[in-house]
Design a binder for this molecule. Structure first.
Ligand code: LLP
Length: 417
């Protein structure tokens, strides 16, 4: 069971803050994402506290959870945003984030996205190739602007995590290779509509060992020195995101303070502003996916299944990355059974847990799939004609609907017969 200050049993019922998950399911239906606003605030404050000695700016990586109320809560705490598309930029602006607190990333930005970012007045764009630098220069020129740009470097550090979420390795598509930097610097000298303001990296996600950050930051620092020697006025060093969270109580995440302890002494003497782009760290453990048990069944091998009303369309992480999510019965049961928790989608990979010991709940009872705040709803789909679920935010004893459940009409509204 995950140790959480925000999702706890009170009188044998799982609550989010002061609100019973059973009541939320009765009011809003299932599947339902339930987010604790206080948990978001606590994660953000813990992160900020760890890095308080370092002049820095935290840009929440919106891709982890782009609900407007989630972005808005983190923005109220002072965060800017890291966005990866026109859609994410639009969301951040709609959530009330000032454009000058938004940084625009992405390995494949379209021209219209570059126009949108520049016209909105974002803090900077992060360029990932020589061709992209030329495109930004041309578009900025057409708009009569000088675009503030950071170069995303590929530090060629292979962080130990799931292979689908490592990004700082030279065989991956991300960033500009170290070897190409001399070419970048000479190209920049001929691009009048670009102002190089930063260097950036992002080595992957859910990285437990701070040493990977140390190794990559060393490379970033070497490039920082080289660029300064060439006369570029670098104002920002962007370390990216990737800080870990605990999904499985048996594999607790390295505390953020251990990352800060290593990084602060390396970065503080430089006299630049450091940018962090945490996504998962801020939101993963702030939400659960609440789902109802439709059927209990066992097959020939007497293996037990809980068939629930949520599936990989709401949380694809177990199917895509074999990731672990705790599953807790909403009513506490002394007895437990070993079962697979599976969804209603026509795919064998549609499961949340396999052969897991779970409270001996009955059909019609609720289960909570824990740690569903990051890369869950945002990676959802309408596969199998599924409707995107509702989302609520809880703050103490207050509940706010932050996303309405999709309707059948909405499912086909953009289609033409
Ligand atoms: N900055 C950049 C440039 C990124 O590409 C990412 C994540 C982040 C920041 C935030 O990383 P975080 O702090 O959340 O680790 N869907 C996968 C994770 C993909 C991460 C993609 N990039 C998952 O569910 O594990």
């Amino acid at each position: 069971m995950l140790d959480s200050n925000f999702f706890r049993y009170t009188a044998a019922k799982l609550h989010c803050d002061k609100v019973s998950l059973e009541e939320l399911a009765a009011t809003f239906g299932t599947p339902l994402f339930v987010t604790s606003r206080r948990s978001l605030i606590e994660s953000c404050q813990t992160f900020e506290h760890a890095f308080k000695e370092l002049p820095h700016f935290t840009c929440y990586s919106v891709k982890a959870n782009f609900n407007l109320a989630v972005i808005g809560t983190l923005a109220e705490l002072g965060c800017g945003c890291d966005v990866n598309s026109a859609g994410e930029l639009y969301r951040a602006l709609q959530a009330g984030v000032a454009a000058e607190k938004i940084i625009f990333a992405g390995v494949g930005k379209r021209a219209d996205e570059i126009v949108y970012a520049l016209e909105s007045g974002v803090l900077m764009l992060k360029a990932e190739s020589l061709s992209e630098l030329q495109a930004i220069n041309r578009i900025a020129g057409e708009l009569g602007q000088r675009a503030a740009v950071a170069i995303r470097i590929n530090p060629n550090v292979t962080a130990e995590t799931h292979p689908y979420i490592t990004t700082g390795d030279s065989k991956e598509k991300f960033g500009i290779d170290e070897a190409e930097l001399p070419e970048v610097f000479s190209l920049l000298a001929s691009l009048p509509h670009i102002k190089l303001v930063g260097l950036d990296m992002h080595i992957g996600s859910q990285i437990f060992d701070p040493e990977y950050y140390v190794a990559a930051t060393m490379k970033l620092l070497a490039m920082f020195k080289a660029s300064r020697a060439l006369g570029f006025a670098i104002e920002f060093l962007d370390i990216g995101g990737g800080f870990p969270v605990t999904y499985d109580p048996l594999k607790p995440a390295t505390p953020i303070e251990q990352f800060a302890e290593k990084l602060i002494p390396m970065l503080q003497p430089l006299g630049v502003k450091v940018i962090f782009e945490p996504g998962r760290y801020l939101v993963a453990n702030a939400s659960v996916l609440l789902t109802r048990i439709l059927y209990k069944k066992s097959n020939h091998t007497k293996k037990q299944f809980f068939v629930v009303d949520a599936g990989m369309t709401e949380l694809i992480r177990p199917a895509l990355y074999q990731s672990h999510h705790e599953v807790q019965s909403v009513t506490f049961h002394e007895e437990s059974i070993v079962a697979d928790v599976v969804g209603p989608i026509c795919e064998s990979s549609d499961f949340f847990a396999r052969q897991r010991s779970i409270g001996a709940a009955e059909e019609g009872e609720l289960l909570a799939v824990m740690s569903s705040g990051a890369y869950a709803a945002v990676m959802g789909s309408n596969y199998n004609g599924r409707l995107r679920p509702a989302e609520v935010m809880v703050d103490g004893s207050e509940v706010r609907l932050i996303r309405k459940r999709e309707t059948l009409e909405q499912l086909v509204q953009n289609e033409l017969l």
